[in-house]
Design a protein around this ligand. Structure first.
Ligand SMILES: NC(=O)c1ccc[n+]([C@@H]2O[C@H](COP(=O)([O-])OP(=O)(O)OC[C@H]3O[C@@H](n4cnc5c(N)ncnc54)[C@H](OP(=O)(O)O)[C@@H]3O)[C@@H](O)[C@H]2O)c1
Length: 327
């Protein structure tokens, strides 16, 4: 495992880290023992950064990470998120009272005195035009409740606005072979300001593992069943917003590009690592075997220029016209 520096925090974090949404909820049935085994496998493989949120399984995912902390001695960082407990996203919802209450709840779930990295969880876009919200976060840092804070966003423009606040250390954004727009202006700006980038949904919800087919079955409580068209939350969070059949056809082409002894999931994760602006990707995983496969991508050689060119062409021709301007 290789490590990259996160923003101006001085933390060296694993370039392939762990996304803990699936072990919390909204991805069908998960078993806590198996989820915990996946978390242990991540630590065994050198992961030292875990992304979660207060709403994943209503705290289940945070509580699993607290258990991991009790069971292991290694130092690792936990990034959580706040804002999605609001019944409806409004800028007014990001009040001192609400933020403080959400953070106190996460502190309890995580069994800690201070949150390593608190991210605003894809808030209403107007929140980025309310400096007072970032002032409240500064106060919570001063009070010792947060070590650092960052944001998780849907759109590039939200990311660009968020990093105008000088204490924002990280931006979490969807970035993968099917979602390439962040690599243009935003990556340059984030690098210039020394802001960390957490590439989320790196496998396009598992689509870029190559294991999904037209006959794949998703449980009723799996967002890949209930949010394909954005019925419950932003459409981009499910299969990175790419139409299911279009994605399957593109994946068949991508499979042909995977280097020898490299799985498609590994190629997808290796592709993200080719961008130095990215601090880490945070693939979700439910089982230790998925974790081990994903982490191995850090030790692979860089993808060849020829492969990168073909991936670029595939994006330009098949995916970009359908998604590029939406996020
Ligand atoms: N708004 C936000 O801030 C937000 C939104 C989305 C995600 N996130 C964060 O980003 C993380 C990553 O995104 P994501 O979990 O949505 O999507 P993802 O990482 O693209 O996909 C994860 C899913 O792919 C499957 N998978 C993982 N490794 C695999 C492998 N090697 N082979 C085959 N299948 C594999 C697993 O599901 P199955 O085994 O069930 O197929 C896994 O749950 C989340 O966990 C979360 O921490 C944040």
């Amino acid at each position: 495992m290789k490590y990259r520096t996160l923003g101006r925090t001085g933390w060296k974090i694993s370039e392939i880290s762990f996304g803990a949404w699936a072990i919390g909820g909204a991805w069908g049935n998960v078993d806590d023992a198996e989820s915990l085994a996946a978390l242990h496998a991540a630590l065994d493989g050198g992961v030292n950064f875990f992304d979660t949120a207060d709403v994943y399984g209503d705290g289940r995912s945070e509580r699993l990470l607290a258990r991991l902390k009790r069971e292991r001695r290694e130092k690792f960082y936990i990034a959580t998120k706040a804002g999605r407990r609001l019944p409806q996203q409004t800028p007014e919802g990001y009040s001192r009272k609400n933020l403080t209450a959400w953070i106190e709840r996460s502190l309890k779930n995580l069994d800690t005195d201070a949150i390593d990295l608190l991210q605003l969880h894809c808030p209403h876009p107007d929140v980025f035009y309310r400096p007072e919200v970032f002032g409240i976060l500064d106060d919570l840092v001063q009070a010792g409740k947060l070590r650092h804070y960052g944001v998780s966003v849907e759109k590039v423009e939200e990311a660009l606005k968020a990093i105008e606040y000088p204490k924002v250390q990280s931006v979490q954004i969807i970035f993968n072979i099917f979602r390439q727009r962040p690599a243009d202006l935003f990556f340059r700006e984030a690098q210039r300001r020394k802001v960390g980038i957490l590439a989320r949904v790196p496998l396009a919800s598992g689509m870029l593992s190559g294991k999904i087919s037209r006959t794949s079955h998703f449980a009723r409580d799996d967002h890949r069943h209930f949010n394909r068209h954005g019925e419950a939350f932003d459409r981009g969070e499910t299969f990175a917003g790419v139409d299911f059949d279009v994605a399957l056809a593109a994946v068949e082409e991508l499979k042909k590009l995977a280097p020898r002894k490299t799985t498609l999931a590994q190629m997808a994760l290796r592709w993200i690592l080719e961008f130095p602006a990215v601090t880490c990707s945070i693939p979700g995983a439910k089982r230790p075997d998925q974790v081990r496969e994903n982490l191995a991508a850090s030790d692979l050689p860089p993808l060849s220029q020829a492969t990168l060119k073909k991936i670029h062409a595939l994006y330009e021709n098949r995916i970009k016209p359908l998604v590029h301007q939406y996020w």
